[in-house]
Write a protein that binds this ligand. Sequence first.
Ligand code: SF4
Ligand code: SF4
Length: 375
Amino acid sequence: MNRMFSPSTDPGPAAMALPAPVRACVPLAGHAPRVSCGQAVTKGQLVAEALEPGLGDAHAPVAGKVDLVDKWNVCVVAQGEARAEPVDLAALEGGTLRAVLRSLGVDIAPLAVINTLVINGLNSEPGVTSAELLLRDFAPTLQAGLDLARRVMGASVCVLALRQGVAASLAGCDTRSVPAVYPQTLDPLVIKAVTGKENPEGVAALSVHELFCLGQVAETGLPCDRTVLTVGERNFLVVVGTPVSEVLAAAGLDARDGDRVVLDGLFRGFTARSLGQGVDKGVYGLSVVPAGAHAPVTDAPCMECGKCVRICPSRVDPGLLSGCAEFGLLKQAVDNYIDACMECGLCAYVCPTHRPVLQYIRLAKQQLREVAESV
Ligand code: SF4
Ligand code: SF4
């Protein structure tokens, strides 16, 4: 087995809970700010509305005063304990419940009405152990999230997919062991392992991180304000908006000039814009890639070696799709099944010319979303 593709397994000791930040910076990707500098906000107050229909709104994770609003963040200097009024979700259902969850920051796009819900309990990428830690140490919150998810999605069957050897359970779910070799840990392939079918109708997957967010909302009636992420050998319980620099310091890591700080895992993650960037609610990992550890990414032309085609689990042509993105050929990208790409990142990993293949594909997908929304 290639160790590079073998996900980490031992989540180690309990997650270290970091204190709420003195200044929380809420990331604004896909959101429009709804507060201004100098404004006082309560913990849980709306600070930015989502621009995409399935995305949840963004909220202040601490009470205090807004001291920066730009296109990247809303930053709040913590002051006091004032808290937004919790919402009673018990009596809500259907479209009303979905709308309220969205207003509480839940990304509702994955909460489709289906028959079978697969909970993906695997660590999604090598080097990340936060999913198994959540299963081990936060089961009541996951259970609250699952119960709420089933109310919204109407799923009559639920399966908890686990790596072989992991003993975890959620009430109302059967358990199933599935292969834990990357990229088999990603939702579409976990669904295939559980059902034996590719993209079966009426089946959807949620990760334990999505359940954790939903569970916090179910337990408090307030927006999700914490995430668990893996940094090095440990996991940390972090308040949303905590600057990346504070998480790295708690983990004893340092980022120097030329290093790359990556949020989520090394195959699918995003480079942090700055060390002051706040951690968002879905982030599950944080790494520092030292300068010179990898060959630099280049815009070199695709030399059609076919390596990416052979490794792609979606059976699309990543070299072709990245070229479509590079030259703005969006219709050709659609005709060549860009939607089937599950964003595993293997194409970029194997590309001998170091093209940013996945990043090109993500760019084209984003442009297609913008075109669809403008119609
Ligand atoms: S990221 Fe690349 S290898 Fe992975 S599914 Fe998409 S096109 Fe295929
Ligand atoms: S691996 Fe890189 S160079 Fe080879 S076909 Fe794919 S994109 Fe082109």
